[in-house]
Design a protein around this ligand. Structure first.
Ligand code: SF4
Ligand code: SF4
Ligand code: FES
Length: 231
């Protein structure tokens, strides 16, 4: 019974290498990492603060799917990698700053509304643990690194539902936002918190249309009609 961990240390090797380790049965993947580090290979580097699915720091890819290491018991042959679409710092540790910078758009959308912001801290932000699982599962990230991504869009939707400056929020997500999502639903499947970014994005599309926007892909399709003449 073994797992394979993709290791990377730019100081030693410019390329990553796969290394095999035995499974310590009955333990979570995070506990396996700790056991490997303390008994086999002290150089293994990983994240994991709360060990109880709360902090979001331990998310990794297991056989290509995002997984919280503290909530998963490894199986023989599992292949463990760092999160997709994040710069790898070392081994399983990634730089989340770029992904989390997408939240600036949602923060800008409620610019300066202190009362709303305080309300959000307790009601909206508490659900998402910023584990980045949805972000790392989103296929759009592979082709558009400027896409706002699921957790930022999901948060914008929540802002619009609690009476924040809805129009500003909707304006902020037209570029690299709601219309760039393919509605594949991978983000929803990936979320350990039961958040449904795909549904939130669909709701944001409806609100965008109500605000006078339309799908730019539809704008490029004229179906043989001359829209400049009106109806
Ligand atoms: S539904 Fe949209 S945001 Fe979610 S993973 Fe698919 S493309 Fe990305
Ligand atoms: S929405 Fe879910 S999957 Fe995405 S960062 Fe938040 S908790 Fe993680
Ligand atoms: S260690 Fe905190 S969520 Fe896994």
């Amino acid at each position: 019974m073994k797992i394979t961990i993709k290791r990377f240390d730019r100081r030693k090797e410019p390329q990553s290498i796969d290394m095999n380790y035995p499974i310590f049965e009955g333990l979570t993947l995070l506990e396996n990492f700790i056991k490997i580090k303390t008994t086999i290979d002290p150089t293994l580097v990983f994240n994991g603060i709360c060990r109880s699915g709360v902090c979001g720091s331990c998310s990794v890819m297991v056989n290509g799917k995002t997984t919280l290491a503290c909530s998963y018991k490894p199986k023989d042959g599992d292949h463990i990698e760092p999160l997709n679409y994040h710069e790898v710092k070392r081994d399983l540790i990634v730089d989340k700053s770029k992904a989390h910078s997408t939240l600036e758009t949602s923060r800008a959308a409620i610019h300066g509304d202190v009362i709303v912001e305080n309300f959000l801290k307790v009601t909206v932000q508490s659900d998402c643990i910023l584990c980045d699982s949805c972000f790392a599962s989103c296929p759009v990230m592979a082709v558009n690194e400027n896409f706002l991504g699921p957790f930022a869009l999901s948060r914008v939707y929540k802002y619009t539902t609690i009476g924040s400056d809805s129009k500003t929020s909707i304006d902020a997500i037209q570029q690299n936002g709601v219309w760039d999502c393919t509605l594949c639903g991978e983000c929803t499947l990936a979320c350990p918190q039961g958040i449904d970014p795909k549904m939130d994005i669909m709701n944001l599309r409806s609100r965008s249309v109500q605000s006078g926007y339309m799908d730019p892909n539809m704008q490029n399709m004229n179906f043989g009609l001359d829209f400049t003449q009106g109806f």
